[in-house]
Design a protein around this ligand. Structure first.
Ligand SMILES: NC(=O)c1ccc[n+]([C@@H]2O[C@H](COP(=O)([O-])OP(=O)(O)OC[C@H]3O[C@@H](n4cnc5c(N)ncnc54)[C@H](OP(=O)(O)O)[C@@H]3O)[C@@H](O)[C@H]2O)c1
Length: 323
């Protein structure tokens, strides 16, 4: 089958597009999916480089334990492993598994869900990692509810674009921090207020806001932690999903002494994916698709991701020939 593979950690130039990769077969509790599309996450770049090194605990200490790249997937079940009860051949699913930049991938049956009907199967590939991150940040960690005041720093990207919509669906009033070129986008997703970081000192704008925030979701780590905490309401929480080692360590240390600082650790499950799909089918959440790349152009997709200018999500279209 066709796939994008990496055999060692390094830069994007050592990724290779192969047409002779063995089709994977589902093990016990797994389904095999003919991939319609995958989507691009910053985590894909971290997996290529093996940096932050902490990630190697999950991806392989010395070299990638799964050589095929990609995490998000949407496609059609083409085989089921022993013991699988939830899925049958022909089901259209979306979810998370390592190895989705390929024509076929296997996934644990409890890491996928029936795809939402309100978006195409391809678009459903944009949802899992970024959508679940946003859902767990807003619903489970920040416990956002009606009237909550929420600030999303890094609002125009994959996680941010979902976080605005999910916070709105939970009844919150959202302030989005992004560049001016994305102001109209974040407003269309439900942000009541926009802070353009190219024209304003964000730390000052946050502190000078009309009222403190009940939740700050930080995706970029550009405002000093202490100033974020100072802008929280009495029961407010600061949730960090910033993928930089230094910031992760700083937020982790702070979280040890303050319950108001939380480091986001997400878990993908069928139940969480179903909750996301319900929001999509209810019309409360839609994926914002920036660019589409063919499988062979995954290195270009990752280079674009590295610019940190993605508006919403980029898709890798595969076409599902992995049956
Ligand atoms: N904990 C987890 O499980 C988990 C899961 C997913 C992601 N993450 C992490 O969460 C972070 C966000 O992920 P993502 O998928 O949303 O990334 P992304 O889609 O690549 O984010 C791109 C967006 O970042 C915005 N941005 C760049 N610099 C900014 C700045 N200085 N201030 C405000 N916004 C800025 C850009 O908007 P403008 O062009 O308007 O600047 C762009 O729209 C990453 O660090 C990622 O590693 C963690």
């Amino acid at each position: 089958m066709r796939a994008i593979v990496q055999y060692r950690y390094g830069d994007l130039d050592q990724l290779s597009y192969r047409e002779d990769v063995d089709l994977p077969s589902p093990r016990r509790g797994e389904v095999a999916i003919a991939v319609s599309a995958a989507s691009v996450n910053p985590g894909d770049r971290f997996r290529v480089s093996g940096i932050p090194r902490l990630g190697r605990l999950a991806f392989g200490l010395l070299r990638p334990k799964v050589p095929v790249l990609g995490i998000d997937v949407a496609g059609t079940v083409v085989a089921v492993g022993e013991g699988v009860t939830r899925w049958k051949i022909g089901d259209e699913v979306f979810g998370e598994t390592l190895g989705s930049f390929a024509e076929r991938v296997c996934a644990r049956e409890d890491r996928v869900a029936a795809r939402p009907r309100n978006v195409s199967l391809e678009e459903a590939a944009a949802l899992p990692v970024a959508g679940i991150t946003a859902l767990q940040a807003m619903r489970d960690v920040a416990k956002v509810g009606p009237g909550s005041r929420v600030l999303v720093n890094g609002a125009a990207g994959g996680v941010g674009s979902f976080a605005i919509q999910i916070a709105r669906a939970l009844g919150a009033e959202v302030t989005a921090v992004c560049s001016g070129r994305n102001a109209a986008l974040v407003s269309s997703l439900g942000a009541a207020h926009v802070i353009d970081y190219t024209r304003n000192d964000v730390a000052h704008a946050i502190e000078a806001g009309a009222a403190p925030y009940d939740a700050i979701l930080d995706l970029v780590g550009t405002v000093p932690l202490a100033r974020c905490i100072a802008s929280l309401s009495e029961r407010g929480v600061y949730v960090s999903s910033v993928g930089r080692t230094g910031w992760i360590l700083r937020a982790a240390l702070r979280s040890l002494v303050s319950r108001r600082v939380r480091l986001l650790v997400t878990t993908t499950s069928t139940a969480n994916l179903e909750a996301l799909a319900q929001l999509v089918d209810a019309g409360a959440v839609r994926p914002v698709i920036d660019r589409r790349f063919d499988l062979v152009h995954v290195p270009d997709a990752l280079r674009y991701s590295a610019t940190e200018r993605t508006r919403g999500k980029s898709l890798v279209t595969v076409g599902g020939a992995g049956g």
